[in-house]
Design a protein around this ligand. Structure first.
Ligand code: PLP
Length: 385
């Protein structure tokens, strides 16, 4: 077998050819992604920390301190001065960690061996992975006509085997926020774990509330909340892969810990072993650079563009699925199916996504989308019939 060395120029040319095939956020055509272009400063910092491994954190004590600082900083706007947790690859890993903590805690303290998790139908599919990997029964909560969760269904289906209830702060398809206060009451009454998936909403709801938006609370100030998923690599403008899991108690990390004999830290609670430290450093950089005020501005600007898009869609006769609570707009053409619409838009260069429940065009108004892009989009929409 021959695999010969190639010159740097040739390698670069070859990779550039591949990269040209990728869509670019700055073109403003990516309308269906929850990710966006990270801040340039955070990219610079990311590169500086490419050698660090948080999986062997005794060797990278500085980067470990950075991870702890990020968790503390995020806790400061989620009403928890002393949270425990990790920076992980994203929402999926954070949700799996939370459910693993809940399962192990229930096994150890409540003697539950056949666990069940109660999860809204609107939840991200990562909970399906969690239930499969952790061998837990998935009990799906029905939604009402407005796509909100049915609390009575939860009350009627909670059982002695329930190890966790999940609530969402910013659903993937519609950006809706579950009533976490009410879920907390149910969790406390039944002595069970409540995990809040704020992967999407966590980096915008607190900042929008500061600026007067009327949104419900979802954080650790609510007594029953045991853990929160939140990810910097979406509305936090940090580079991928940067997700976070925050726990109220250290015990939740302890019940997942396994021995890691050959490493500098002898116990490990994360799912992943070798973990790049660059996302932690890049996240701290972007958080310090923006501060709360910068994040407030980013969240408000995305909401203003959301409102602009919504009003124009209504003007053009499109049907909105729900009133947007966060920066997601879901809509349908009165006569053309969502799948057909998506294809017609793609032919004009627009990359939207189609949601499953309900079937609709879904636009996530992320920070790379400007009013000019939206004006162009609306112009093209007028030509579709
Ligand atoms: N949770 C929510 C609410 C999400 O919207 C997503 C992804 O969009 C996830 C979890 C999964 O995140 P990731 O794709 O980073 O694993």
């Amino acid at each position: 077998m021959e695999y010969k060395s190639t010159s740097r120029d040739e390698i670069l040319n070859n990779l550039n050819k591949f990269q040209k095939e990728d869509s670019k956020y700055e073109d403003g055509k990516i309308l269906g992604s929850m990710c966006t272009s990270p801040h340039p400063f955070s990219k610079e910092i990311f590169y500086k920390f490419l050698d660090s491994n948080l999986g062997d954190s005794g060797l990278f004590k500085g980067t470990k301190a950075i991870e702890d600082q990020v968790i503390k900083n995020i806790g400061s706007f989620l009403s928890n001065k002393n949270p425990y947790g990790n920076i992980v690859t994203g929402g999926t890993e954070a949700n799996i960690m939370a459910i693993r903590a809940a399962r192990n805690f229930a096994r150890k303290y409540n003697d539950i061996s056949n666990g069940e998790i109660i999860v809204p139908k609107s939840a991200h599919f990562s909970f399906e992975k969690a239930s499969d990997m952790l061998d837990l029964k998935l009990v799906e909560v029905d939604l009402d006509d407005d796509f909100n969760i049915d609390l009575d269904f939860i009350k009627n289906n909670i059982s002695d085997n329930t190890i966790a209830i999940v609530g969402i702060a910013g659903t993937t398809e519609l950006g809706l926020i579950d009533p976490i206060e009410e879920l907390s009451e149910i969790a406390l009454e039944n002595n069970t774990y409540l995990h809040v998936d704020a992967a999407f909403g966590g980096f915008s709801i607190p900042f929008l509330k500061n600026r007067g938006y009327d949104l419900p609370n979802f954080d650790f100030s609510i007594e029953g909340v045991s853990s929160i998923t939140i990810y910097p690599h979406k509305m936090g403008l940090a580079p991928i892969p940067s997700g976070c899991i925050l726990f109220r108690k250290k015990e939740y990390l302890d019940v997942m810990a396994v021995n890691a004999p050959y490493l500098t830290n002898k116990k490990q609670s994360t799912i992943v072993g070798t973990r790049l430290g660059a996302p932690a450093a890049a996240t701290l950089a972007v958080m310090d650079y923006f501060g709360i005020e910068g994040y407030e501005n980013a969240a408000v600007s995305a909401m203003e563009n959301t409102q602009f898009l919504k009003e124009n869609l209504i003007k053009e006769g499109y049907i909105l699925t729900v009133e947007p609570k966060l920066n997601i707009v879901s809509f349908n053409h009165p006569n053309i199916s969502a799948d057909e619409m998506a294809l017609k838009l793609e032919a004009k260069g627009w990359l939207v996504s189609v949601s499953s429940y309900p079937l609709a065009i879904r636009i996530v108004v992320m920070n790379h989308i400007t009013k000019n892009h939206l004006n162009d989009f609306i112009k093209d929409l007028k030509e579709i019939n």
